[in-house]
Design a protein around this ligand. Sequence first.
Ligand code: CMP
Length: 140
Amino acid sequence: MEKGNYTLTLIKPYAVQHGFVGPILARINGAGFRISAMKYLQLSLEQSQAFYQVHRGKPFYERLCKFMASGPIVAAILEKPGAVDDYRRLIGATDPKQADEGTLRKLFGRSIESNAVHGSDSDDNAERESNFFFSLLERF
Ligand code: CMP
């Protein structure tokens, strides 16, 4: 898998609990991404804090980490040329209220904290975040 051609997504606890995994994955497929790795898991608080370490110290950090460890999530590596930017367009703005119509966060998000999905914000973070969730043996 070549850097620049993949991104990491998380379907967050609220979206999982409300039955949005299927509809979200269908839209990801429809937008032309190939799922090259996927798992269903629940993070511990420590793992959640480690994943979001770049946000440590921000006012929302503790609540975000607790929320992300509150229930099962889906983690997946999505492959497509220009994946990071294309996926960010598909998911829309961080705050569902600001997100464009038809974006995943508009369709399935509840609030800025519980915004349905995460998507890597750079190729470097896509690499770091993919390595956090998946070993080479788990990528196809
Ligand atoms: P995500 O893409 O998972 O990356 C970091 C998360 O922090 C982001 O989505 C939001 O859920 C959350 N976040 C970012 N900014 C804020 C904010 N101002 N208030 C609350 N949560 C935020």
